[in-house]
Design a binder for this molecule. Structure first.
Ligand code: TLP
Length: 350
């Protein structure tokens, strides 16, 4: 079957050329630091984000928890948004593995956290309180509609955190999408933060892997934490080669995914009973079904996604609201696929 898979940009499959690069990769034992392809990927990514060093990790979740373990210790506090991926979708790793106490503040619709709220949340030095150690931000912001957060906000938030002796980690799972949407380089977005995690296995189209970047000293400490969480991989160049290929070939084309997302959103808004939550800035489209307009409250996101599936279109209902759904564009989805999806959606709600 020829499914149009809009559940996530994680579903992309390596192209023949990427597989070719993987097959040809020169490898070594990366736990000895001897895999030339892993080393190359780490250097390439560090250079793209203007940082000293990079560390190849198995996943975005591993990259975020390794960063948290490296920045903060047990009982320390981490400030982050209530819709942060790290808070919602990483199995409680910050608390469970790092022993870090999450202090949750409201994310604005644009993915930012109000700077005054951050300032107010930072603890004074008092034996009763945890130590405010880390601020975690996310760009693009997944649950805030894939919002691309501008460098000026990241600069201001980082300056605030630094003035209180805190570090800043950026979950940049989709950092390149943000950079392209904002028309800036990734390094402009990361110039004020202390660490950033970027996923290769999302819109960049690699099958596995993320890179955590920071100063040389930070990455040296992160290497130990990666080992502790079982992330010391051996001939990892086989998969790192896909990341190198992705950085060389799949970054600029993310703009196409943004155009396709806008096309999808415009089409959805023209279907009575469906509404996009906010105009997509990048490749994530969040939509809502209006059950009153449908005249049937049982017609929720699960029902719609069931009908789409029967027509070979896949989308994810959001667990948190029965009438909301997410659709994601990526390199395995064409403009023609978007048009077919819209036809199927129109029929599904009729
Ligand atoms: N996000 C996935 C799901 O986990 C929700 C998706 O389909 O969007 N940070 C952000 C902002 C993410 O969106 C994700 C994955 C991660 C981190 C974790 O990456 P992985 O899945 O590689 O552990």
């Amino acid at each position: 079957m020829n499914f149009i898979d809009l559940r996530s940009d994680t579903v992309t499959k390596p192209s023949d050329a990427m597989r070719e690069a993987m097959a040809r990769a020169v490898v070594g034992d990366d736990v000895y630091g001897e895999d030339p392809t892993v080393n190359r990927l780490q250097e390439m990514m560090a250079e793209r984000v203007g940082m000293e060093a990079g560390l190849f990790v198995a996943s975005g979740t591993m990259g975020n928890v390794v960063a948290i373990l490296t920045h903060a210790g047990r009982g320390d506090e981490m400030i982050l948004g209530h819709l942060a991926h790290t808070f919602l979708y990483e199995g409680g790793a910050a608390a469970g593995l790092a022993g870090v106490h999450p202090h949750i503040l409201r994310n604005e619709d644009d993915g930012t956290i109000d700077l005054d709220a951050i300032e107010e949340a930072i603890r004074p030095d008092n034996v009763h309180f945890p130590i405010s150690r880390l601020l975690c931000l996310e760009d693009t912001h997944n649950r805030c509609g894939g919002a691309a957060i501008a460098a000026e906000y990241l600069d201001a938030a980082a300056q605030l955190a630094h003035s209180h002796g805190m570090s800043v980690h950026l979950d940049g799972a989709r950092l390149f999408n943000a950079a392209i949407a904002l028309g800036v380089t990734p390094a402009e977005l990361t110039r004020s933060v202390d660490s950033v995690m970027i996923c290769l296995s999302k819109g960049l189209g690699a099958p596995v892997g993320s890179v955590l970047c920071g100063t040389r000293a930070f990455i040296d400490r992160a290497l130990r934490m990666r080992k502790i969480v079982g992330g010391g991989m051996r001939q990892a160049g086989i998969i790192a080669a896909a990341g190198v290929y992705a950085l060389e070939h799949n970054v600029d084309r993310l703009a196409e995914d943004h155009v396709n997302a806008a096309r999808l959103a415009a089409g959805i808004n023209s279907i009575p009973g469906l509404r996009v939550l906010s105009p997509p800035q990048t490749n994530l489209v969040y939509l809502e079904i209006d059950p009153t307009q449908m005249g049937d409250t049982s017609f929720d996101a699960a029902a719609l996604s069931g009908r789409l599936r029967s027509e070979e279109v896949l989308a994810t209902p959001l667990g948190s609201n029965p009438y909301q759904m997410r659709m994601v564009t990526h390199l395995d989805v064409t403009a023609a696929d978007i048009d077919r999806t819209l036809t199927v959606m129109r029929d599904a709600v009729r």
